[in-house]
Design a protein around this ligand. Structure first.
Ligand code: FES
Length: 125
């Protein structure tokens, strides 16, 4: 059974677009779903992907030493275990926790593309 580290960005753009609600939902959902023992929740900084947020990054907990500058909370690292979720909402966070954290299955249709240039909010989904 894997353990995870989940980070929710908190720059002003993403806060304005709902990252506080996404973080609050995770705070409430982890104990309710019995997942708190295997998932640490962090408030990241800004990943520089504000136009695609709110953004959530999930990585497996490992024996890697903690980054003293916490770059993992404001940069994608490109590690094999890293999953980048974009356009997050409380409902999507619930689903991610139920599938990715609870069953080690990243939710493919919620994964983002950091190379997307334009603001997704400007075009219909
Ligand atoms: S504030 Fe979310 S990526 Fe910048």
């Amino acid at each position: 059974m894997r353990s995870y580290r989940v980070s929710v960005c908190k720059g002003p753009d993403c806060k304005g677009n709902g990252s506080d609600a996404v973080f609050r939902h995770a705070t409430e959902a982890l104990p309710r779903l019995g997942l708190a023992p295997r998932c640490e929740l962090y408030r990241g900084g800004c990943y520089g992907l504000c136009h695609l947020g709110p953004n959530v990054v999930v990585r497996e907990k490992s024996d890697r030493p903690p980054d003293p500058f916490s770059t993992e909370d404001f940069q994608l690292q490109g590690t094999a275990d890293e999953a980048y979720y974009w356009q997050m909402t409380p409902e999507k966070m619930e689903r991610m926790l139920l599938e990715h954290v609870a069953h080690d299955r990243p939710v493919r249709d919620l994964l983002g593309d950091p190379d997307t240039p334009e603001d997704f909010r400007a075009s219909p989904r």
